[in-house]
Design a protein around this ligand. Structure first.
Ligand SMILES: NC(=O)CC[C@H](N)C(=O)O
Length: 256
C-alpha cells in the first residue's frame, strides 16, 4: 500500500526533528512544507545517521524514515545510504525489491552515500567481491572497495572542509575499510563534480603519505548535482556538520 504524504504520522523526538511512525494515530501529520529524509536501513550504520539528523535544528520540520520497503522509499524527499557492507546492502536491496526503485530514486532525488553508500552511488567499482557488485550509480566516479586496506588499516584524520559551518574547525574523518576514489569523470552533459574534502597528505599515516595532493585518491567528499558522497563516516562522530551540509545544500534546494 502506498502512503500519501498526508497519511504520514509522526512522533516528536525533540528539537525540530521527528521520527516517522506510520502506525501511531494521534501523532502530528507531515505538512507539505516539511522535509522527509529516508535512511536506507537494510544493514550498517543507519541508527547513527538517524541520531545525527535528530540533533539538527532546522527552520523546516524534518521527518526521518528508516527505509526497508518500496513504500517507505516512496515517502522520502531524499535518502542517506549508510556505511556497512556494500555487497550485503545491494543483495538485501535486491531481495526486498528495492534495487530498481532505488536506481529510479537516485535519478530523481538527492542522495548521500557514506562509505559503503558511496560505493553504491559510484558508476563503477574495483576490488568487488567474487560474483560482482550491484551499483545504483548516480555519481560519475570510479571507486575501489577497501582501497586503503583491511580493517586494521582503518584510520582517523582531521579534515579541513570549506562549506561546513565553522570551516576553521577540523572535522574528524573516520575511515573504516574505506573506499578510494580512483577517477572523477563527469561528461560535459552531466553536472560537474565538486570536490568538498581531500585528505591532508601531510597528516596521513606513513603508509599512505606518498600521495600527491591532487591525486583523485585524496578526494574523500564530493558532490555532483544534488548527490553527495563521503568515503568516511561523519555519523560516527559527535559532529553533525556534514548532516547539516547535506540538508542545506542538497535536500532543501530540491524540496518544494
Ligand atoms: N565502512 C564501510 O562502509 C566499509 C565499506 C566496505 N568495505 C564495503 O565494501 O562495502
Amino acid at each position: 500500500m502506498l502512503f500519501r504524504r498526508s497519511d504520514i504520522f509522526c512522533s516528536s523526538l525533540g528539537s525540530g526533528s521527528l521520527l516517522l511512525l506510520k502506525d501511531s494515530p494521534g501523532a502530528p501529520k507531515v505538512d507539505i512544507h516539511d522535509v522527509v529524509i529516508g535512511i536506507l536501513a537494510l544493514q550498517g550504520a543507519f541508527v547513527e545517521h538517524q541520531a545525527m539528523l535528530q540533533k539538527l535544528s532546522l527552520k523546516r520540520k524534518l521527518h526521518v524514515v528508516l527505509v526497508r520497503t518500496v513504500e517507505d522509499l516512496n515517502l522520502c524527499d531524499s535518502l542517506i545510504i549508510p556505511g556497512g557492507e556494500s555487497t550485503t546492502i545491494a543483495l538485501l536491496a535486491r531481495i526486498s525489491g528495492l534495487l530498481e526503485p532505488l536506481r529510479d530514486f537516485v535519478k530523481a532525488k538527492p542522495v548521500w552515500g557514506t562509505c559503503a553508500g558511496a560505493i553504491l552511488l559510484s558508476q563503477s567499482v574495483q576490488n568487488s567481491k567474487k560474483g560482482g557488485q550491484e551499483l545504483l550509480g548516480g555519481i560519475s566516479i570510479d571507486i575501489a572497495r577497501n582501497g586503503w586496506g583491511s580493517q586494521v588499516e582503518s584510520f582517523e584524520v582531521g579534515l579541513v572542509v570549506q562549506g561546513l559551518q565553522r570551516p576553521e574547525e577540523s572535522f574528524t574523518g573516520i575511515f573504516i575499510r574505506a573506499p578510494v576514489v580512483l577517477d572523477l569523470r563527469s561528461s560535459p552533459d552531466e553536472p560537474p563534480i565538486q570536490v568538498i574534502a581531500r585528505l591532508p597528505t601531510n597528516l596521513l599515516p606513513h603508509s599512505l603519505a606518498s600521495l600527491d595532493e591532487n591525486d583523485p585518491k585524496t578526494v574523500v567528499a564530493l558532490r555532483q548535482g544534488l548527490h553527495f558522497l563521503t568515503t568516511f563516516h561523519p555519523e560516527l562522530t559527535h559532529d553533525n556538520r556534514f548532516h547539516e551540509y547535506f540538508v542545506r545544500e542538497c535536500v532543501l534546494p530540491a524540496a518544494v
